[in-house]
Design a binder for this molecule. Structure first.
Ligand code: 13P
Length: 228
């Protein structure tokens, strides 16, 4: 370990907590998956081979933006280049990769998860499936980075899913939303052909969400409050 500013104690605990939350939600299996959060020039990232659902802060290492370990005793995830690539190319604050069951099932079949529900717009709309490459390779990192263009989520063919967000909470929320949407797609596809929202419908949702500040609680205006 070098200086204390590279130790990121709070962030390492937050990454461990995020992993345990993802585990409790059923998105994790064994040592599969990896999670990271960026703080300035440092990234707190899960160790390779760790069981994420039971992760402790001691199993989170800190690297610089070139991937050099600056704090922690364990080797970072084999997908470190992918995580660093998401920070470099998309300016994300946090990255979550899982082998969540619904997302992984669709990644084995689809080329794209279509925008069948308006909540997918929180991820940028339809979710691309990045072409397959071996885990931990620059080829996989490049494939996933390409699939993320304009999106905060991608499926990874015959592998899993990746989401990012401005904060760790948002990246986790996106992972949960993606898994939910993949489950909805599977149920819908078992019943018939899922309808896909067209561009105009998608634009209308985005406009309505902006006008209403959708997804946030809002105070009743004072005049109406008095009538209650
Ligand atoms: P790590 O244990 O190296 O993080 O690998 C897990 C994984 O999911 C690879 O894609």
């Amino acid at each position: 370990m070098t200086d204390s500013s590279s130790a990121l104690g709070l962030e390492r605990a937050a990454v461990a907590d995020a992993c345990r939350r993802l585990g409790a939600a059923g998105l994790l299996i064994g040592t599969a998956g990896n999670v990271s959060v960026r703080v300035g020039e440092r990234v707190a990232v899960t160790a390779t081979g760790a069981v994420l659902a039971q992760l402790t802060a001691g199993q989170v290492s800190v690297v610089d933006l070139d991937g050099k370990v600056v704090a922690g005793t364990l080797r970072p995830t084999s997908e470190l280049e992918l995580h660093l690539g998401v920070y470099r190319r998309y300016g994300a604050g946090a990255v979550v990769h899982t082998h969540a069951p619904m997302a992984t099932a669709l990644s084995c079949v689809l080329d794209e998860l279509p925008c069948i529900h308006y909540q997918l717009l929180a991820l940028g709309g339809s979710v691309r499936v990045a072409p397959y490459a071996t885990f931990g390779t620059p080829e996989l990192a490049e494939s996933v980075l390409g699939a993320l263009e304009g999106r905060s989520a991608a499926l990874m063919a015959s592998h899993g899913a990746l989401t990012h967000g401005p904060t760790l909470d948002k990246a986790v929320e996106h992972a949960l939303l993606l898994e939910w949407a993949c489950g909805v797609y599977q149920h819908a596809a078992a019943l018939g052909t899922p309808r896909v929202l067209d561009e105009q419908q998608q634009r209308a949702v985005i406009e309505a969400a902006i006008v209403r500040n959708y997804g946030t609680t809002q105070s009743v205006p004072p005049a109406q409050e008095g009538n209650r």
